[in-house]
Design a binder for this molecule. Structure first.
Ligand code: PEP
Length: 234
């Protein structure tokens, strides 16, 4: 059984999110899909999922707080309104574009862990590290586990090489097998691959040793493509 997760990032309006979820939900109701399906919409569309029950809905981000003075952020008081109990933590765009440090990420992880949230935790190396070889890549990735309880029962990991995210360049099967194999030796949690997964490569990637599913950005935003991805991995 694959775990398939869609990360909308800063895409889709409430209207198009609604169309997406109704279409995908209808497909899931009418077809036997054994995959576990997650969707991470923008926070302004979290409520549009109230009427569907065939997949898990998660927050792309939230602050490590119930409420308070953290301008621009949301906390658990807002997530609770929509019954959101799943969160994405450590995504490379938050690490590299929005400047979240490992310390902040670990703090967020522990806050949401204490509340029992399902956490999809992302790790992955930038290009200049990949170019130094597998050993350096793994060293870099292991540092992204500092402060993270890898035994947490509601944890799913996602290996997302930074150079593969949104670039159209997918990691090779060998890259994926090597990194997933090494992580799996240390941590026995579901491990997704993310980074330019597409309709035409998702089946092969999900069938690789050590790959339990995919976290998908760009290729998951068009509802017909996402349904095709679900068909290709069911
Ligand atoms: C992501 O943002 O998690 C991601 C994997 O993006 P993309 O599929 O566009 O590479």
């Amino acid at each position: 059984m694959a775990i398939i997760a869609s990360n909308f990032k800063t895409n889709h309006t409430r209207k198009s999110t609604n169309e997406f979820i109704q279409t995908v939900n209808n497909y899931l109701v009418e077809n036997k899909i054994s995959s576990e399906v997650y969707v991470f919409p923008t926070s302004t569309s979290l409520d549009t999922f109230q009427t569907v029950s065939n997949f898990f809905v998660g927050a792309q981000n939230a602050y490590a707080t119930k409420n308070g003075s953290f301008t621009g952020e949301i906390g658990t008081e807002q997530l609770d309104e929509f019954n959101i109990k799943t969160i994405l933590i450590g995504h490379s765009e938050r690490r590299h574009i929005l400047g979240e440090t490992q310390e902040e990420i670990a703090k967020k992880f522990n806050f949401y862990k204490e509340l029992g949230y399902k956490i999809i935790y992302c790790i992955g190396e930038p290009l200049e590290v990949k170019q130094q070889g597998l050993e350096k890549t793994l060293e870099y990735i292991y540092e992204q586990f500092i402060g993270i309880d890898t035994n947490y029962e509601n944890l799913i990991l996602a290996y997302e090489p930074v150079w593969a995210i949104g670039t159209g360049v997918t990691a090779t099967n060998e890259d994926i097998i090597n990194v997933h194999g090494a992580i799996k030796e240390k941590i026995s949690k579901p491990l997704l691959y993310g980074g330019s997964v597409k309709v035409n490569n998702v089946r092969e990637i999900c069938s690789l040793n050590g790959v339990d599913g995919a976290l998908i950005g760009t290729a998951s935003w068009i509802k017909e493509d996402f349904i095709q991805i679900l068909k290709n991995t069911k």
